[in-house]
Design a protein around this ligand. Structure first.
Ligand SMILES: Cc1ncc(COP(=O)(O)O)c(C=O)c1O
Length: 422
């Protein structure tokens, strides 16, 4: 290639690359919703990372869930809404007293704070955790035999729970985990359930409470009918397990007295298509809709949970220590034209407002001062607020000491998360 041709090709490649470079994602400042939230924080003097729960949006999600869950009962997944006042609020508006629990300290806190509830474990707790629950139970208003169903996934765990029951001279209500395709343990085949039921029914320390079959794996895209086909399998497996109960326990035909639990936020609306089988559905995260729940099965739910964090520093350009390439990076990607450092960070969350903020894959994350980049179109200054959406609620809601509760754009209360010890 001669020199002239080489220069032409190089110029062409440069023009092509320039044309391919990323576009600015910035679109100015906050929209009116986030502007109002940021004023609410300023009014309250809250210049630190703050977890925000929007009650108007939560109401909307509770109403949607109630409508969609009918005629089944609504079981609230406590781990995904881990705050006593929040659970009380959801149960009151959701017209239910059923909760699903996954953590022994939460179990103790809930039995104390909401002693009229009916609790179902969502995972099989170690027998020692079950014992500890009884040791730390602080109220006599809650009757575990009547109000609590332990989840059992194997004959061995059932044997351990027998010891717990004997040591405490009490009767335990047992719900059995069935595998409807998630492959996360529990009874794999109907015959396994038949054997376990025989042991439960023969032993007076146990009372059979029902079945729990979680089906999150079926929340697939509907491409090539993947979702419907997987869900048909879920239905068939659930039915086969339930047939075992009907066949082997004819004296206990009253299915309405059993807790036949299914679903979670990603799948509960899929149960609209099915008559019978499960008589209650579990929903938690969908009520606040974190980012991981932006699914088409939850299209009629709205995000209600945000993290707000003040901007501490605003710098021009982007400098990465040791591997700095000067202004080249920002020239190539307009979204790296400015650098912001916010108060805290590295949550399981992504920035959502103002639009167009990105973390940097090489600079790294920080729980102390997180770096974000944005284009010149991002309207953001020191002391302004960046809003993030958590990717999930269960752990993130525990990280802020309290939750700022917003109604009509104003902070109306602060709710404490559930305690982590008991
Ligand atoms: C057994 C069980 N049921 C239901 C759920 C659904 O919870 P969520 O509605 O918060 O997704 C979960 C989530 O992990 C679960 O493990």
């Amino acid at each position: 290639m001669n020199r002239r041709r080489f220069l032409l090709v190089a110029a062409g490649a440069a023009a092509g690359a320039w044309w391919l470079r990323p576009q600015s994602l910035g679109q100015g400042g906050h929209d009116s919703y986030f502007e109002k939230l940021s004023l609410a924080l300023k009014r309250e003097g809250l210049a630190r990372p703050t977890m925000i729960l929007d009650l108007d949006r939560l109401d909307q999600n509770i109403e949607t869930t109630r409508r969609r869950i009918r005629p089944r009962e609504f079981r609230v997944v406590a781990k995904s809404l881990p705050s006593a006042p929040l659970l009380e609020y959801v149960m009151a508006r959701g017209a239910t007293r059923r909760l699903m629990l996954f953590h022994q300290p939460f179990l103790n806190a809930v039995a104390k704070a909401h002693s009229d509830t009916e609790l179902l474990l969502g995972k099989p707790m170690p027998a020692a955790a079950a014992s500890r629950f009884y040791e730390h139970l602080e109220t006599s208003a809650f009757d575990p035999t009547r109000q609590l169903q332990w989840l059992i996934d194997s004959p061995e765990r059932l044997r351990q729970y027998r010891e717990v029951a004997e040591a405490r001279e009490t009767q335990l209500t047992i719900n059995v985990e069935i595998d409807v395709g998630l492959r996360r343990g529990g009874m794999r085949e109907p015959v396994d359930l038949a054997r376990l039921l025989a042991v439960i029914d023969a032993d007076p320390v146990f009372r059979f409470g029902g079945l729990m079959g979680y089906d999150a794996h079926a929340a697939l895209p509907e491409t090539l009918s993947l979702r419907s086909r997987e869900f048909e399998k879920v239905e068939a497996r659930y039915r086969a397990f339930l047939e075992v109960c009907r066949r082997d326990r004819p004296a206990h035909q009253d299915e309405t007295s059993l807790v036949l639990n299914a679903a979670g936020s990603p799948t509960y609306q899929m149960w609209n298509e099915i008559d019978g089988l499960a008589n209650e559905l579990a929903v938690g995260s969908g009520l606040v809709k974190p980012l991981n729940f932006d699914l088409d099965t939850l299209a009629d739910h709205v995000p209600a949970l945000f993290i707000a964090s003040p901007v501490l520093k605003k710098l021009d350009g982007l400098e990465i220590p040791a591997v700095d390439v000067g202004p080249l990076h920002s020239l190539w990607d307009p979204n790296r034209a400015r650098t912001f450092f916010v108060y805290g960070g590295y949550w399981k969350a992504a920035p959502v407002s103002p639009a167009g903020l990105l973390s940097h894959p090489i600079y790294g994350r920080s729980t102390n001062q997180e770096m974000l980049n944005g284009s010149l179109e991002v309207d953001l200054d020191v002391d302004d607020v960046v809003f993030f959406r958590p990717t999930q609620s269960e752990f993130v809601m525990l990280q802020f000491g309290e939750i700022a509760v917003v109604r009509s754009g104003r902070i109306v209360d602060f709710w404490k998360p559930l305690p982590q010890v008991a």
